[in-house]
Design a binder for this molecule. Structure first.
Ligand SMILES: [Fe+2]
Length: 318
């Protein structure tokens, strides 16, 4: 059989209304210099833009994160990307659902649609290039042949860097309410849930198994942002570099059940995490993924060390 070399897989589900990406997240932190050090060491391309930091990954044009200074660490907002011609439909859709449209917050002016989620958290839908990936991320395992050295010395260890943002886990007042709201309003779909209090949402136009996840946690907050790496070796090297740089706390190496990704979480200076992730499941635009609800003990991680006692503690709510 001859392969159809001209075939370009679709990157959009026709007619269905839904955001395609987490366009970016914005954090408030008490000291920008501390944030800059953490994210630089983590391997991001951190740029100073006036009074704020912009988080990029090297070699990728998209701005994944914004960090501004304020009294205490807080997830300021999450902005979702939508196809430009869907924006009028989203405006009508939110109005029909009775979701109040609000002004853009000071310092974050844009022509997107701003509103609040059930916890009162700021959210935006904006016209944007689809920054979520259109295919399963490449994953490699170096194999050493006969008669060769498989690795280099510690001193020769390469610098590793995330390739792109993958997803974020946010604390919410109620994961069940969040599933309903983000499905109805933003068109995200449930990929999997662990009990009543943890849920993973994917985008309908092709995305990682989750671009946004919820954990019931006494109110809003950031649990972690997650960044795609090329393999387990890169995760290990990144975590080692972070430990050598003073960021030894975290959790990993391990493998999740829901999403199947290999992980190592690095604890950030504010008690939340940045995750090195590799080989996360991918839900193509052409597939209707069957969501399941799993028993939490059976779904948290397939293997890995015991998580820290406070791994799921919402320090923003405290
Ligand atoms: Fe994650």
């Amino acid at each position: 059989m001859t392969a159809n070399r001209g075939y370009i897989p679709p990157t959009r589900r026709p007619d269905a209304l839904g955001v395609h990406s987490v366009d970016h997240f914005a954090l408030v932190v008490p000291d920008l210099a501390v944030a800059k050090d953490f994210y630089l060491k983590f391997g991001l391309d951190v740029r100073e833009d006036g009074e704020e930091l912009s988080l990029y990954t090297f070699g990728h044009p998209h701005r994944w994160g914004r960090v501004v200074e304020g009294p205490a660490k807080k997830l300021h907002h999450v902005s979702f990307g939508a196809f430009e011609d869907d924006m009028p439909r989203f405006a009508e859709h939110l109005q029909r659902l009775g979701v109040e449209r609000i002004d853009a917050p000071t310092g974050f002016g844009s022509n997107g649609i701003w509103f609040r989620d059930p916890d009162g958290s700021l959210r935006e839908i904006r016209a944007a290039v689809k920054s979520s990936t259109n295919h399963k991320a490449e994953f490699s395992v170096p194999i050493c042949g006969d008669g060769a050295r498989g690795t280099v010395s510690r001193e020769e260890a390469p610098t590793v860097r995330p390739r792109r943002f993958s997803h974020m886990l946010t604390y919410v007042g109620s994961a069940q309410k969040a599933i309903t709201f983000y499905s109805d309003v933003l068109g995200l779909k449930l990929a999997d849930a662990a009990g009543d209090d943890v849920a993973f949402m994917h985008a309908i136009h092709g995305s990682d198994h989750h671009i946004l996840a919820f954990a019931t946690g006494g109110g809003p907050g950031l649990h972690h942002s997650s960044w795609d790496m090329g393999g387990i070796e890169q995760i290990g090297l990144g975590a080692m570099h972070m430990a050598d740089s003073g960021y030894a706390r975290g959790w990993g190496l391990g493998r999740h059940v829901l999403g199947s990704n290999y992980f190592h979480y690095i604890r950030d200076p504010w008690g939340s995490y940045a995750e090195y992730s590799a080989d996360i499941d991918y839900i193509p635009v052409t597939q209707d993924w069957e969501a399941k609800t799993w028993a939490p003990h059976n779904a948290f991680y397939l293997w890995g060390p015991t998580p820290p006692d406070d791994f799921v503690t919402n320090y923003e709510a405290a």
